[in-house]
Design a protein around this ligand. Structure first.
Ligand SMILES: N[C@@H](CCC(=O)N[C@@H](CS)C(=O)NCC(=O)O)C(=O)O
Length: 215
């Protein structure tokens, strides 16, 4: 089989890169990562050379090109059906896809006001309207799914839906958005995952600062 190559952005800031990266890593799928730095005020022209959208992540597999974080995870799940990227049960799988798509298409207030930033010391922000509504919906998703599965992850074992929410765990953490013990329990499970630790360690070692993501 051709090698998988995943182009990503800075590990400190690139929340969309983090999602397929942690999904594939947690599932034990081997891939080569190629990091394209965000250190240009107007965007790095090298991203446009590898990706038709001018955005990362993008996966290369032989002649196949897959952009969009969730499409990358779906492609990997088809290539490696035994890797357990999605829950085995059809109903659970549908639910996992539904909440993953809520993440892709929603929570704009939270995403806009509270950028992922692995290096940022904890500290509160003045939050625009809508952010705490997003937080409440996400906490409900996490609480209901973990109550049903028994945890520690949304569907028991770590799966693609957890990968889609991984950057949110960082946002809740660094901006002190959460006081609820159940949500904190999920966040601890995520932050204790070896794949999270690997990404974070690399993020902390990066030298690049992106001022617009330093909330
Ligand atoms: N919907 C896309 C979003 C991709 C995206 O916005 N990527 C950002 C990095 S997190 C990017 O490449 N930004 C580069 C730029 O705007 O110059 C996905 O899910 O992959």
């Amino acid at each position: 089989m051709d090698d998988l190559i995943l182009y990503i952005g800075n590990k400190n800031y690139s929340s969309w890169s983090f999602r397929p990266w942690i999904a594939l890593t947690a599932a034990g799928i081997s891939f080569e990562e190629r990091l394209i730095q965000f250190d240009f005020p107007a965007g790095n022209p090298r991203i446009r050379e590898v990706s038709p959208t001018g955005r990362v992540p993008i996966l290369y597999h032989g002649a196949v090109r897959v952009w969009e974080s969730l499409a990358i995870i779906e492609y990997a799940a088809e290539l490696f059906p035994e890797a357990g990227l999605w829950p085995a049960d059809r109903g659970a799988r549908a639910l996992a896809r539904a909440v993953s798509l809520e993440m892709v298409s929603g929570f704009r207030a939270l995403r806009g006001a509270c950028p992922m930033n692995m290096r940022r010391p904890k500290g509160e922000l003045v939050l625009p309207e809508g952010v705490m509504d997003d937080v409440a919906r996400i906490e409900t998703i996490w609480r209901e799914l973990r109550a049903h599965s028994g945890g520690p992850f949304l569907f028991g074992d770590f799966c693609a839906a957890d990968a889609m929410f991984a950057p949110v765990v960082n946002r809740f953490d660094i901006y002190n958005l959460i006081g609820n013990a159940d949500t904190l329990g999920y966040m601890d499970a995520m932050k204790g995952h070896p794949a999270w630790g690997k990404w974070r360690k690399a993020a902390l070692a990066e030298p690049w600062i992106v001022p617009e993501d330093e909330a």
